[in-house]
Design a protein around this ligand. Structure first.
Ligand code: G6P
Length: 484
């Protein structure tokens, strides 16, 4: 409950409107055939200019939306700030402002304190507060209003993620002509968990406003359809629900990455030289790599304990192996994220203190966001990539690593509980909660015969080339109104 009452931290509310030289103001309402609605705009302010944001959703969408005339409705990232619509990189941006109270109730509260933990197997206890629900409804209504105003007749609106579950239904009422697609990037929980939510019917009805409701996995789609049949007036099968005189298609459309783009960066000679340099800097040792947003769902702490166990079981390995953990700062104003950072940093210190020697640090820890070229250099340098979340909608890091391994080498250790594990069956699949099992898989990865490494990686690459982000976006936007 302390979470609900905590005042918004000062560094979360500070804002300035004196920058944004790159922004070109546009008239308040410019109607487009395609409107994207996501909690965040795809840009952020860096040194007084708008730049494309790093991160999964943005990079996934940017490359498929290039050269399309569209509007993007989202929050610019600072509470209490009002920004006029502007054009950047051909996209019309319509910033939605959030008051500090809405930021706390809608974003920190309902999105990050209720839905995020509930949808991730309740690895932290979800909190249910009526004072969070009310701003969630109001902010969703505002996003829908902006979308309704920005959409040309019979246009398409693509709504993203758990922050905006109610937008499809609001929009359906405001703009019955709109084609609406909804995609959930995170897992959709099983019936028994979702049923805890005091506003379960409202959330389901909100999503049912869309023509297409898509999930990362078949299981998520099935959970949704079953819950709709139980708690709403919808009837029908798992893949097609009927609500009054409307049909709603329900599908599993796993997101992917821009495979060609990562492949090209990986072939860049400068990036390859940087990877060589990283290998030398790390003493020519075999490299285990973890790259995660610093989130309690990612299993970073258990992964580090597994590496500790690996060192315990293989004391000589300190000369041959190094672990690099890149932790991307995230939601630093939310208590659970402050705590997980402390835990991870304490473990890094503890393990380095216990096993390190002069010139031989077992764990290299980077708390920052890396530019794409630098990230790809790490992917190229790494012998073994560890992606071990307790629960994850998909996990694009796993797909990025594979996209970069142009020589069909490198080993991916992947959690059974990541959406990616449903497709990437040639990874070494692990239970991320099993410290001994994870340590044993790390040891095994180093001993895998090279022909097996090659076979596994080339199978993974073949799969990814067939299922890249362009295919995913195309499927998400195929809306057949004739069936509804
Ligand atoms: C996940 C969500 C995204 C979100 C991202 C970063 O990947 O699916 O919708 O944007 O985390 O979280 P943040 O709270 O910083 O937007």
């Amino acid at each position: 409950m302390a979470h609900a009452k905590r005042p918004v931290a000062e560094h979360c509310t500070k804002g300035t409107v004196a920058w944004r030289r790159a922004a070109q103001p546009v008239p308040a309402v410019t109607q487009k055939d395609m409107v994207i609605v996501a909690n965040r705009l795809p840009v952020q302010e860096v040194d007084g200019e708008w730049r494309t944001s790093p991160g999964g959703l943005v990079s996934a969408l940017k490359c498929v939306l290039e050269n399309r005339d569209l509007s993007w409705i989202g929050w610019a990232g600072t509470p209490g700030e009002t920004i006029a619509p502007f054009k950047h990189d051909q996209i019309h941006h319509h910033p939605v402002s959030l008051s500090p109270e809405e930021y706390e109730g809608y974003y920190e509260g309902f999105a990050n304190g209720t839905l995020w933990p509930l949808y991730h197997d309740a690895v932290r206890s979800p909190e249910y507060h009526r004072s969070w629900w009310r701003p969630y409804v109001e902010v969703n209504r505002r996003f829908a209003q902006y979308a309704a105003e920005s959409l040309a007749p019979n246009g398409t609106v693509w709504v993203h993620d758990y922050h905006l579950h109610l937008v499809p239904q609001f929009l359906r009422t405001m703009r019955p002509d709109a084609k609406i697609s909804f995609f959930l990037h995170i897992p959709f929980p099983p019936e028994e968990l979702f049923a805890q939510l005091p506003w379960r019917r409202e959330i389901l009805e909100g999503m049912l406003g869309a023509d297409l409701v898509a999930f990362q996995t078949r299981l998520g789609a099935q959970n949704f359809s079953r819950l709709c049949r139980r708690f709403t007036n919808a009837v029908g099968q798992d893949d097609l629900l009927k609500l009054g005189d409307r049909l709603v298609k329900v599908d599993a459309l796993p997101i992917s990455v821009d495979v060609d783009r990562f492949d090209a960066v990986a072939r860049n000679p400068e990036v390859q030289l940087r990877a060589e340099q990283l290998r030398r800097d790390l003493g020519g040792r075999k490299i285990f790599l973890g790259v995660d947003r610093l989130d309690y769902t990612k299993g970073i702490d258990v992964r580090l304990r597994a590496f500790e166990t690996f060192l315990e079981n293989n004391p000589a390995a300190i000369d041959d192996v190094v672990f690099v953990q890149v932790a991307v700062p995230s939601r630093e104003c939310v208590d659970d994220y402050v705590r997980i950072r402390q835990r991870v940093e304490q473990l890094v210190g503890q393990i380095n203190g216990a096993y390190g020697r002069a010139g031989k640090t077992p764990i290299h820890y980077l708390y920052r966001n890396l530019p794409t070229e630098e990230l790809v250099a790490y992917y190229l340098a790494a012998d073994v990539m560890l992606v071990t979340p307790f629960r994850d909608g998909m996990n694009l890091v796993a797909k990025e690593y594979v996209s970069c391994r142009t020589h069909d080498d490198g080993i991916l250790i992947l959690s059974e509980f990541a959406g990616a594990a449903r497709e990437m069956l040639d990874a070494l699949l692990v239970n991320p909660h099993d410290i001994d099992g994870l340590a044993a898989t790390m040891a095994m990865a180093l001993k895998l015969p090279s022909h097996e490494v090659y076979e596994r990686m080339s199978a993974l690459r073949t799969l990814l080339k067939r299922h890249d982000v362009h295919r995913w976006a195309k499927q998400c936007l195929e809306i057949d109104r004739d069936c509804s």
